[in-house]
Design a protein around this ligand. Sequence first.
Ligand SMILES: *[C@@H]1O[C@H](CO)[C@@H](O)[C@H](O)[C@H]1NC(C)=O
Ligand SMILES: *[C@@H]1O[C@H](CO)[C@@H](O)[C@H](O)[C@H]1NC(C)=O
Ligand SMILES: *[C@@H]1O[C@H](CO)[C@@H](O)[C@H](O)[C@H]1NC(C)=O
Length: 202
Amino acid sequence: MSRLATVLLLASSVRLAAAATAQIFAPASKGPLVQSANYTSFSNSTLKDRPTCKGKAFNRIIQVWLENTDFATAASTPIFEALAEQGILLTNYNAVTHPSEPNYVAAIGGEFFGMHDDNMYHIPSNISTVVDLLEDKGVTWATYQENMPTDEFYGFNYNAKNYITPAAADYPYYVRKHNPLIIYDAVSQDPKRVKRVRTFND
Ligand SMILES: *[C@@H]1O[C@H](CO)[C@@H](O)[C@H](O)[C@H]1NC(C)=O
Ligand SMILES: *[C@@H]1O[C@H](CO)[C@@H](O)[C@H](O)[C@H]1NC(C)=O
Ligand SMILES: *[C@@H]1O[C@H](CO)[C@@H](O)[C@H](O)[C@H]1NC(C)=O
């Protein structure tokens, strides 16, 4: 069963009432500019966008999506506790349906188009997304996908060496259903926009 826990962390002074036992995560890499040995993708260096418009309270927004972990588990890890202490913790989450893919699609396009599975879809280019809203206001954006093999990857899933259980078979750490922008042709078929669908190593 896959649970969708979308965590939008803008800050918080609220401590979680029901703190679960923190899961132990191996660090993805030794530092923000160090490529993890466990990831398959190339590092193509970061996008060189400067802030294009000044926000009233902040200039950048980062939305962190955690998949297949419970809210309480993720929120009780030291890194998220530290972030939450710096501002607002948002705790009211609702899925629009089940399973994963339609929820991801709805988060980007405001609609899940009656989808009820995790199959291979592409949504016609006449359907607009949050990207149109951002670009209309001159706000730059990018999406970073863990274990995606290359920037702009369009494939369904990608199997990589199993770095949790090395003796086990290769594992699909990257799955397309969790990468909603690539599902929209308005992004994936636009040569300029698709360059902003990046691997996490960037
Ligand atoms: C790779 O994953 C293993 C198992 O989780 C972990 O022990 C190790 O620290 C990771 N290596 C890197 C470079 O992230
Ligand atoms: C990223 O790097 C790889 C390997 O050097 C290259 O094949 C690919 O075209 C690069 N992608 C972008 C978007 O620069
Ligand atoms: C959008 O494009 C699809 C596929 O080409 C077409 O079936 C649909 O009628 C179009 N919708 C609108 C509102 O133009």
